[in-house]
Design a protein around this ligand. Structure first.
Ligand SMILES: [Zn+2]
Length: 130
């Protein structure tokens, strides 16, 4: 399951980031996942639940934002959503992206993201020693 390895590296980077803070618990982790990553939201949430056990992230809420696909046409400078044609020869899994204006090949500008947008954490109440 691809989602598990992706989620595993996301969690690693979040935990690494949190090392610099006195974190008591984490309430929420927000992700931005591009539509072209083909990562299943349910699978990601499932992987998150399993992988955060016994870590600082245990019990936190995973919020997933989908980034829609945006493309730039190399021929006519079109910028916007792509025309997606299912490639039926390959289990329908890999769509072919075309420029909706001229039908030429395009460059993907948005939709491939897989990143942590924000983490809501509660810092420890550290008593001030006087
Ligand atoms: Zn075009």
């Amino acid at each position: 399951m691809h989602e598990v390895s992706v989620m595993s590296s996301i969690i690693d980077s979040v935990l690494e980031e949190l090392k610099g803070y006195q974190v008591e618990r984490v309430e929420e982790v927000d992700l931005t996942i591009g539509a072209l990553t083909f990562l299943g939201e349910e699978q990601l949430k499932f992987a998150f639940e399993i992988l955060t056990k016994d870590t600082l992230l245990e019990g936190s809420i995973l919020v997933i934002d989908t980034e829609e696909v945006e493309v730039r046409c190399l021929s006519c400078d079109y910028l916007g959503p792509a025309e997606v044609l299912e490639n039926e020869g390959f289990h329908g899994m890999v769509p072919i992206l075309h420029c909706p204006r001229c039908g030429q090949g395009i460059e993907v500008t948005k939709g491939k993201s897989c990143l942590v947008r924000s983490v809501k954490a509660v810092e420890k109440d550290v008593p001030i020693q006087g």
